[in-house]
Design a binder for this molecule. Structure first.
Ligand code: SF4
Length: 252
């Protein structure tokens, strides 16, 4: 049986960040330039053709690989065309349709309450601002930032576990009261979307939980260049492939 969604605790208003040190800003700028060159395919890795589809895909993507989500949504989006379809989906049916994404009971409930919120408060349209998006139950700040940036082109920094890890290792996480505020303080607004995806890809491909420091493209800009001194044996033979990890999308 699906557990009722717990009421979301009110987020404290973030404190204003202090202006970051110029040396940090300069290093951060070099990091982003280098990462954008290393990952010319930066950008969303979930498939979507509308803000609603991206919102749904992002909710489904929690604790799951994007490739799996894209497989599921390829079929899902032909069946569920608008918020009313999710809101009215009978118990058990939506769950079955998203089962392959994992945690499907919780995710189905999130989709239903999100869709009801869209219908009740926004006339069925996905709002294009942070306040509106985060008013929807089942939608947190990270999901809202992804939708804002990728679906509406509104500058936003999304902090997932990869962005968090990379920012901490690079020590660009202390210019504000939290990582999002810190990155927003260090980087100009025009770079917020790019930095989100560059950090995500760097965290997925190179600066993994066990990082691949010897082939890291920003090794000389990192305070921990030897966090991993040697590549794992299985990876030593295909360094070239690892470094490039063929772009999946058109470079921009
Ligand atoms: S040098 Fe290592 S720890 Fe630093 S960013 Fe690169 S992979 Fe991560």
């Amino acid at each position: 049986m699906v557990q009722p969604m717990p009421a979301r605790p009110k987020r404290p208003k973030p404190r204003a960040a202090r202006p970051p040190d110029p040396a940090l800003r300069s290093r951060a700028r070099k990091i982003l330039t280098r990462l954008a060159k290393a990952y010319p395919d930066w950008g969303p890795t979930l498939d979507f053709s509308s803000p609603l589809e991206l919102l749904v895909a992002t909710i489904l993507a929690a604790q799951a690989r994007d490739e799996r989500i894209n497989e599921v949504t390829r079929v899902l989006f032909t069946k569920y065309r608008g918020p009313a379809d999710y809101a009215a989906a009978p118990k058990g049916v939506l769950e079955q349709d998203i089962k392959a994404t994992g945690f499907f009971n919780l995710k189905a409930e999130r989709l239903r309450v999100m869709a009801r919120g869209l219908l009740d408060e926004f006339g069925g349209e996905v709002p294009s601002d942070m306040d509106g998006l985060t008013r929807l139950r089942g939608v947190g700040r990270k999901t809202a930032s992804i939708v804002l940036g990728a679906a509406f082109g509104v500058p936003a920094v999304a902090v997932d576990r990869h962005v968090e890890r990379v920012a901490q290792r690079l020590r660009v996480d202390r210019a504000g009261p939290d990582i999002e505020a810190s990155l927003r303080a260090i980087y100009p607004k025009k770079d917020w979307i790019k930095l989100t995806w560059c950090f995500v890809l760097h965290g997925r491909r190179i600066c993994r939980p066990t990082p691949l420091c010897p082939i890291c493209p920003i090794n000389d800009l990192c305070p921990y260049p030897k966090k991993t001194k040697r590549l794992p044996a299985a990876l030593r033979s295909n360094q070239q492939e690892l470094r490039a990890q063929a772009p999946r999308r058109r470079p921009r």
